[in-house]
Design a protein around this ligand. Structure first.
Ligand code: 13P
Length: 259
């Protein structure tokens, strides 16, 4: 059975005290709501780099085993003169297992293109990380009905060179840019339609089993009130959550709808 995941992308938010407070309330809220994840379900939070180790240690002290800690990005080289950057091998040395790559904010503000993301993906996988790889179109692209081709090209140019074995370490997150941080969510049918398209692309490029085993998350204004409708779609395997991951009650309200 493929993994069902709710991952929180904290982006550039929270100071250290706030980050630890959110970690603590989140852990407590899981207990209060008697949330006990099944073997195929996962919860991951991706705070800014500088809190990764603190949060991991904090959860260990709390005895919190249900919340994994992942990173939001990494560089494409192991080491070298890249001021301000963090490599996948550094993350691995912190026992971080998951990294988000290709987020639209990285693509837009930091000019990360499909070729660069291919290099980052290779580097992350070579270092044993699992990658949540983001794709998704702008509103202008959707309005011209080119979104199916656009997402296919993003995957073609960054992901589909991977072997089937490597692909097993990749989670795809479909995040339409017009839905990120806007309060406008893709309708469940819109999400399902493009998730099914992505799964078909995987089946064509690899095979039906790999396609069936690949987790495809939805991201973009996902909240407790729409999570159930989204996660009940057959090809939506959970969510990559931004704003609603910054408060324990809303994040847990989404986790409750994991299937
Ligand atoms: P919002 O949930 O704030 O729309 O952000 C989604 C996102 O970008 C997660 O990576």
């Amino acid at each position: 059975m493929r993994k069902k995941i709710v991952a929180g992308n904290w982006k550039m938010n929270k100071n250290l005290n706030e980050a630890l407070e959110l970690g603590a309330t989140l852990s407590q809220a899981l207990k209060n709501n008697a949330i006990s994840l099944q073997a195929h379900q996962e919860v991951v939070i991706c705070p800014p780099y500088i809190y990764l180790l603190k949060l991991k240690d904090f959860f260990r002290v709390l005895g919190e085993k249900q919340i994994q800690v992942g990173a939001q990005n990494c560089h494409f080289k192991d080491a070298g003169a890249y001021t301000g950057e963090i490599s996948a091998s550094m993350l691995k040395s912190l026992e971080i297992d998951t990294v988000i790559l290709g987020h639209s904010e990285r693509r837009t503000y930091f000019k990360e293109d499909n070729a660069l993301l291919k290099a980052k993906l290779d580097h992350a996988l070579a270092n044993g990380l699992r990658v949540i790889f983001c794709c998704g179109e702008t509103l202008a692209i959707r309005e011209t009905k080119e979104h199916f081709n656009f997402v296919a090209q993003q995957l073609q140019e960054s992901v589909f060179h991977l072997s089937a074995e490597q692909m097993a370490q990749v989670v795809i997150a479909y995040e339409p840019i017009w839905a990120i941080g806007t309060g406008v969510t893709a309708a469940p049918e819109q999400a399902e339609e493009i998730h099914a398209h992505i799964r078909q692309l995987l089946a064509k490029q690899y095979d039906a089993t790999l396609a069936d085993n690949t987790t495809i998350l939805y991201g973009g204004s996902c909240k407790p009130t729409n999570a159930d409708a989204l996660f009940s779609q057959p090809n939506v395997d959970g969510g990559l959550i931004g704003g609603a991951a910054l408060k324990a009650d809303s994040f847990v309200g989404i986790i409750e709808h994991l299937r």
